[in-house]
Design a protein around this ligand. Structure first.
Ligand code: SUG
Length: 416
């Protein structure tokens, strides 16, 4: 039975605000702020529990090893002597944003009938460029069943690939064959375009997608320049619904007509600039909501608190649910620790359409396993991290021990 499973990244114990992501306005704005790793992880786990209680299939990924001493070794240094930029990079908890772990093509879309995953190389940002090694190890464990899954190595540099954050799938129902939309950037004004078209095309080839059911669309330069460093900051799709800001795409009319031709039942919900200015969409993360299909068949948005706190956004949403639009319910979550680094509800999860029975059960979540993870987080995760403390060996040790405790409680020691 094919189901959409949301795999959320558990926020790691080194979560901090080092301001490493140029073009991600929240990351830059919060540089040097005091982070709260324990609250951050609990906020993420609370979202997982709520989605589970809503009847959605939920999985998770473990935090990656931090500090990443193997990366520093390859750079000829270590935590004691590395400069601050490399030390911050080695301590980053950025793998929490699982939407950047991989691009996923479910079995009904691929030539060999398996679900294909390509780990993202994340080459544009140094602090994220070393995630893929440990993410790949984790994907190979979670999706080890070769009858159901094919897990690919990253597309080689210099072709930047940021995974599912720049990929949307439209279909009549998750278990049916879909249209896969790859969104790439060419320029972003002062900011980098992180997803390269060559990378997107490579992933589509590796996954064995039907070219007639694959679409490549350019992200608008204005959106990147305004802070939409990934497409999922300005657009999200679920089944037959595409929910996007008017300014998301370079050629929206061309894209919409191509999509309508390929999937006649598509419903495009476009939010105009006059109702929600692009700047409000980006600070509120309206489009970085999880757009999900509830067991009733209704679609719902899982939103960050910032969406409710932004008047233009909240009034647009209230108007939509009061009318006949396809989004019928709104759920709001406090994810402010992740949001302060530019990561909303949709960034925190990787969608995999698969049979949950084919996934390594240690990566599937239930209430008891959530309680286990919460207990470890409450006991072991640092309460606060000031950016200057990232140089303190006692913190490095604490982060290593906290992750080790989690892996051991969840039976995942082989990821150490
Ligand atoms: O890559 N932030 C992440 C946020 C990723 C959000 N993901 C999606 N949109 N899918 C990024 O910019 C901040 C790290 C720092 O500043 O310390 C960071 O990496």
């Amino acid at each position: 039975m094919l189901t959409e499973i949301n795999f959320d990244g558990i926020v790691g114990p080194s979560h901090n605000y080092a301001g490493l992501s140029l073009g991600n306005l929240a990351s830059t704005r919060n540089r040097g702020s005091v982070s709260r790793p324990r609250d951050a992880a609990l906020q993420g786990l609370a979202k997982m529990r709520a989605n589970l209680e809503r009847g959605l299939a939920q999985g998770w990924f473990m935090p990656l090893p931090r500090p990443d001493t193997r990366w520093l070794t390859r750079l000829g240094t270590d935590m004691a002597s590395a400069d601050a930029a490399l030390r911050y990079g080695a301590m980053s908890a950025s793998s929490m944003w699982a939407a950047n772990a991989a691009t996923v093509s479910p079995a009904p879309d691929t030539a060999d009938g398996r679900c294909h995953l390509t780990v993202a190389n994340l080459v544009t940002m140094p602090h994220r460029s070393h995630e893929w090694v440990d993410t790949l190890a984790q994907l190979r464990l979670a999706f080890a069943n070769e009858n159901a899954f094919a897990v690919h190595e990253p597309v080689p540099p210099p072709f930047g690939d940021e995974g599912a954050a720049n990929h949307m799938r439209l279909c009549a129902a998750h278990g049916e064959s879909g249209i896969e939309v790859f969104v790439y950037g060419t320029s972003g004004g002062p900011f980098p375009a992180r997803q390269h078209r060559t990378a997107s095309e490579s992933v589509a080839r590796l996954h064995g997608l039907d070219p007639a059911r694959t679409v490549f669309a350019q992200q608008s330069e204005a959106a990147i320049a305004a802070g939409a460093f990934h497409n999922d900051v300005v657009a999200v799709a679920n089944e037959r619904v595409l929910f996007a800001h008017e300014a998301a795409f370079a050629d929206k009319d061309g894209l919409y007509s191509e999509l309508r031709a390929k999937l006649p039942e598509i419903e495009i919900v476009e939010v105009p600039e006059s109702a929600v200015p692009l700047g409000d969409a980006i600070t509120s993360y309206l489009f970085n909501a999880q757009l999900v299909t509830l067991p009733t068949g209704e679609q719902a948005l899982v939103l960050p608190g910032e969406a409710q706190a932004t008047p233009s956004v909240w009034s647009w949403l209230q108007g939509h649910v009061a009318g006949n639009g396809p989004i019928r319910q709104l759920f709001v979550h406090d994810l402010r620790e992740s949001m302060a680094n530019g990561g909303g509800p949709a960034c925190l999860r990787l969608r995999v359409v698969a049979d949950p029975a084919m996934v390594d059960p240690r990566f599937m979540v239930d209430a008891a396993r959530l309680a286990t993870a919460e207990a470890v987080v409450r006991e072991m995760w640092p309460e606060e991290i000031h950016a200057d403390v990232l140089a303190d060996p006692a913190l490095w040790e604490r982060v290593v021990d906290a992750r080790a405790a989690l892996l051991s409680k969840l039976g995942l020691e082989e990821l150490r």
